[in-house]
Unconditional design. Structure first.
Length: 645
């Protein structure tokens, strides 16, 4: 991982550069190119960073010309050249060609409103030595993580929770309400994190610390305003292609080679095509080929690679490989998980680094922006079915959902009726589209210990989520509400974090997301719903774009990225970690789960009787939580910085 770390205090005796060096050391997993710490009056800032743009001139922490502003920055500002030119015209003088210095001058010009001009992915801290004020900011979509904690007069911040834990004054106790969130929504609702003592700055938020007081403000939120005058037909295809091509062009800005993750599906194929068009040459592409035919998409990946003539790299991944690296995956994710899917991406980022590539573009975000998720389709079917629940014709629509899950279609009609049925209360619920997913995941909470279940018995995480919905949410089309829930919660909390940035940065690889460019997101928000999903045809407009820019590749049915199930963890346990962490004595001692319930679950897997998605999520959830407790609570690395006064 690369990132930032630092501390500020109302007591200058707390400012200790060695303390921040210890924090930075926890970020240094795979040889970042530059590590620095700067101590100023009232603050100390540090970073571990990759050299991707202006390595010589972009060293940080960096100050402005008079030394009143200091910045520690993690990420990339893709429109920095355009901003640089605007600032020069406004009279600013630059010493480097880096995006870091652009942020500083823009902050001089606009203050906290500077973030509204940035097109990028970032977590940064700016310390004002004159006013003794700290400004923290996180990018719109939540690509880059940023955490903070307080201890006495100190405020600590970092890109990783483990960096904050180098200060032993910060509690590493798990937060039961965050666990309740994760075992419902797959992610904690910010500012909660899995740990009581640490908070997350939410995406699209900035934070100011002054004289010990914290103020947090949101500077952007996803909004949907479908426009009936939006372009149609060929004009719509051209407009979509144009905005995506510009987003791709900006994300190819780099002093090092830029590759692409290639899943073989629509989204990554479009990005590979646009990269080839913009750069004038095909990129290096990287794919995962699973040993299990159920998950393997390598034939599609190779077809796209051949069509564009990319230098293709293929990672063979077995279930045993997933089991072996799962402890490292949890260490970097810093959160309980409910799927094994991050593990292959952890291995893929290692292959990218070993191939000499440091930056990759991915197709993440296309489903959220252009309407591609099966959960959107399912919500339409459930609403339609609710109007006539006994209709055989409407019930048959279930057959068009989840074609890659044959076990679902083997279920009796009565089961499908119960699972997909929508009550009047469901239909009136602002989170209607996501209720089935959350109900399935929430069953994991039955495995919690009696004490923990008692603690969260009166807690309603869904009420917290609903209370934070935008005021205009109720006026949006139901389809747009579904998009918002994915974009505002699962995307930053799980897909971009546990499955994206954390797994790539574990091997010092930077991922970039053209579909999450703010202009692409804004463009998608104005599209009529029927251009995103026509009847049950998901990503209708984007498919038409793909036919224009990826003509050589035959169309295929949508299949989301999935990985071998939790049974993988029983297939490769060289250190005996599964048996040790899931033993009745260990589960009882850690106090998170009910040891009898866990024992029954483990027997089910060992006997080959675990076949449901619920069983799979339950095992992954329990094992990853036990790993988190083991690494962060019981055995956090020795030699971290102790509080000296």
């Amino acid at each position: 991982m690369c990132g930032i770390a630092g501390l500020v205090s109302t007591d200058d005796r707390d400012i200790d550069a060695d303390r921040v060096r210890a924090m930075v050391a926890m970020l240094d997993h795979r040889g970042p190119d530059d590590r620095r710490v700067h101590a100023a009056e009232g603050a100390a800032l540090g970073h571990a960073r990759l050299s991707i743009i202006d390595a010589a001139g972009g060293a940080q922490p960096m100050s402005n010309e008079d030394g009143t502003l200091w910045i520690a920055f993690n990420g990339e500002i893709f429109n920095y050249l355009e901003l640089h030119d605007d600032l020069v015209r406004a009279g600013h003088r630059f010493r480097t060609k880096s995006d870091t210095e652009v942020i500083l001058h823009l902050f001089e010009e606009r203050g906290p409103a500077a973030v509204e001009k940035l097109n990028g992915q970032w977590a940064f801290a700016i310390w004002n030595t004159r006013t003794r004020t700290l400004f923290l900011s996180r990018d719109r979509m939540g690509v880059r993580p940023l955490f903070y904690a307080t201890a006495g007069s100190r405020l600590l911040f970092a890109s990783e929770i483990k960096a904050i834990f180098t200060d032993r004054a910060i509690s590493r106790e798990l937060d039961p309400y965050a666990l309740d969130n994760i075992f419902t929504f797959w992610t904690a609702l910010p500012p909660r994190t899995p740990f009581r003592g640490v908070r997350a700055l939410p995406p699209a938020h900035s934070m100011t610390w002054h004289d010990g007081r914290v103020t947090i403000a949101q500077y952007w939120t996803p909004a949907f305003a479908p426009c009936e005058s939006a372009p149609r037909g060929r004009e719509a295809i051209d407009a979509t292609t144009s905005v995506l091509e510009e987003a791709t062009r900006l994300r190819l800005r780099s002093d090092v080679p830029v590759g692409a993750y290639l899943s073989g599906g629509l989204d990554s194929s479009v990005i590979t095509s646009l990269m080839t068009r913009v750069a004038g040459a095909p990129p290096d592409t990287f794919s995962i080929a699973f040993d299990s035919a159920e998950f393997d998409e390598s034939a599609h990946q190779r077809a796209v690679a051949r069509a564009f003539g990319t230098n293709h790299h293929e990672l063979r991944c077995s279930a045993a490989d997933i089991g072996r690296v799962f402890p490292d995956v949890v260490w970097h994710a810093e959160s309980p998980l409910v799927r094994t899917a991050p593990a292959p991406l952890f291995l893929l980022s290692r292959m990218v680094r070993d191939a000499g590539c440091r930056v990759v573009l991915t197709g993440e975000g296309a489903d959220e922006v252009f309407g591609g998720y099966d959960i959107f389709k399912e919500a339409k079917v459930r609403r339609y079915w609710a109007a006539a629940p006994t209709s055989r014709r409407r019930a048959a629509l279930v057959g068009r959902l989840y074609p890659y899950m044959p076990s679902l279609h083997r279920q009796p009609a009565e089961y499908l009726q119960r699972f997909f049925a929508a009550t009047p209360d469901d239909l009136a619920d602002p989170c209607f589209s996501h209720l089935p997913r959350w109900r399935v995941t929430s069953r994991l909470k039955s495995l919690l210990s009696d004490d923990l279940r008692a603690l969260v018995a009166d807690y309603d995480g869904r009420a917290d989520l609903v209370a934070a919905l935008p005021r205009e949410y109720a006026t949006w089309d139901p389809f747009c509400r579904s998009q918002y829930l994915e974009m505002a919660h699962l995307l930053p909390g799980y897909l971009l974090s546990s499955q994206g940035d954390r797994m790539a940065m574990a091997h010092a690889v930077e991922t970039r997301y053209p579909f999450l460019d703010p202009h692409v997101v804004a463009f998608g928000s104005t599209l009529p719903v029927a251009m995103k999903m026509r009847a049950l045809d998901e990503k209708h407009l984007l498919k038409r774009v793909a036919r224009a820019v990826v003509p050589e590749v035959p169309p295929r049915s949508k299949q989301p990225y999935r990985a071998p199930s939790a049974a993988a963890c029983f297939g490769a346990d060289p250190d005996g970690y599964v048996d040790a962490l899931l033993s009745a004595d260990r589960v009882r001692r850690d106090g998170i789960f009910n040891p009898d319930a866990v024992a029954r679950l483990v027997r089910k897997f060992r006997d080959g009787r675990a076949a449901s998605a619920r069983d799979d999520m339950a095992l992954v959830g329990v094992l990853s939580t036990q790993l988190l407790v083991d690494r962060f609570v019981n055995h956090f690395p020795a030699g971290t910085h102790e509080r000296s006064h």
